[in-house]
Design a binder for this molecule. Structure first.
Ligand SMILES: Nc1ncnc2c1ncn2[C@@H]1O[C@H](COP(=O)(O)OP(=O)(O)OP(=O)(O)O)[C@@H](O)[C@H]1O
Ligand SMILES: [Mg+2]
Length: 329
């Protein structure tokens, strides 16, 4: 049997930001937005990353694509090392440009991601021309074709971002990513600002495109209810670190980490016969510049014991293919 091939491999990824106006002995205080994250994404799969606002999801996506400088760790895409901070390796400028054609990102905020002064033809054609996706004479027809794949009319080419609804703008964001012919797309909360019915239209569109164009997605969301039916694998992120990973179906059916249990208990019930007790998390999410000692979740955990205040648990295999960073396992 042919083995699944790994498209993206992230190892020990870190992104720290200096906290403004602070000076401690030996340097500035750091906000650890992404703090030692490792995972791999198989070709043709959808990997979901979920977690509360501010846990580092967008920063992780941007750092993987080298849109911001990493503080540590390495990322490999197919056989290319994009960077390896500890091994002092970095991809060259030309190679990076080529890789950007293969890896695209759909941004969280479709409005600020689009230049208000550019019409949609300009928005879409920029990458198409830069990466020489099609010959000059057929750029317009090509862009119209990509728009139609995303459910928009050709006349949209001559309109400006503010003339569209939120759902339409998100379709434009998807079209812009697709236009350069990528293999891998980092989708950063592509449906977050949309109402539920438009949200499911966009998700269905993305699923169709994935099947028809053999794409692979890294899908970032703060809503586990959204990614539940959509992803193959899920990673749950808390304060810059993965606290649970596993097969999406199993992780949602039987969450192991108390944080995942709380997130899932907040998802509205769709089956009227299902009974579920909401688990309320105590307090609010601590600052990334002030991560609690021991288990970083212990300040909000209903099962916290003495050990959790002292010793940080690593991700360990709690059941076949299921990993949790928790002393309960
Ligand atoms: N350029 C930056 N400079 C300093 N701090 C930053 C910067 N970008 C992000 N941060 C901080 O890093 C942490 C993670 O932010 P990030 O945007 O990655 O979170 P997120 O999980 O995507 O949240 P959301 O669900 O709200 O989009 C936050 O504490 C944020 O304030
Ligand atoms: Mg974000």
């Amino acid at each position: 049997m042919e083995e699944q091939s790994t498209l993206l491999k992230v190892s020990g990824l870190k992104k720290y930001f200096p906290v403004k106006g602070t000076q401690i002995i030996g340097g500035k205080r750091m906000l650890k937005a992404v703090d030692d994250v490792s995972f791999s994404v198989e070709k043709g799969s959808i990997m979901g990353v979920i977690g509360e606002s501010g846990c580092g999801k967008s920063t992780m996506g941007r750092t993987i694509l080298k849109l911001t400088e990493p503080s540590g760790g390495s990322v490999r895409y197919k056989d290319k090392i994009l960077f390896d901070v500890e091994g002092r390796q970095e991809i060259g400028k030309k190679e990076l440009l080529k890789t950007r054609k293969e890896i695209q990102m759909i941004f969280q905020d479709s409005y600020s991601a689009l230049d208000p002064r550019q019409n949609i033809l300009k928005v879409l054609s920029e990458g198409v021309v830069k990466h020489k996706v099609t010959d000059k004479g057929s750029v317009k027809d090509y862009c119209a074709h990509i728009l139609s794949l995303c459910g928009l009319e050709e006349s949209a080419l001559y309109r400006f971002p503010h003339e569209f609804s939120g759902g339409q703008r998100q379709r434009i964001g998807i079209a812009r990513a697709l236009a350069v012919g990528p293999e891998f797309i980092v989708c950063d909360e592509p449906t977050v600002a949309l109402d539920v019915s438009v949200q499911s239209q966009i998700l269905n569109l993305m699923l169709d495109l994935k099947e028809n164009m053999s794409l692979t997605y890294l899908f970032i969301s703060h809503n586990i209810g959204v990614v539940k039916h959509f992803c193959d694998k899920i990673a749950v992120m808390y304060l810059g670190r993965f606290v649970e990973t596993g097969n999406a179906y199993e992780l949602c059916r039987e969450p192991l980490h108390p944080y995942t249990q709380a997130l899932l208990s907040a998802v509205p019930i769709t089956n009227p016969w299902e009974k579920k007790k909401r688990i309320y998390l105590e307090g609010s999410i601590p600052e990334g510049s002030d991560i609690p000692k021991g288990c970083r979740f212990h300040t909000r955990c209903r099962h916290a014991q003495e050990r959790c205040r002292i010793e940080e648990p690593g991700l360990s295999e709690a059941a076949p293919g299921r990993f949790a960073a928790c002393h309960l396992y």
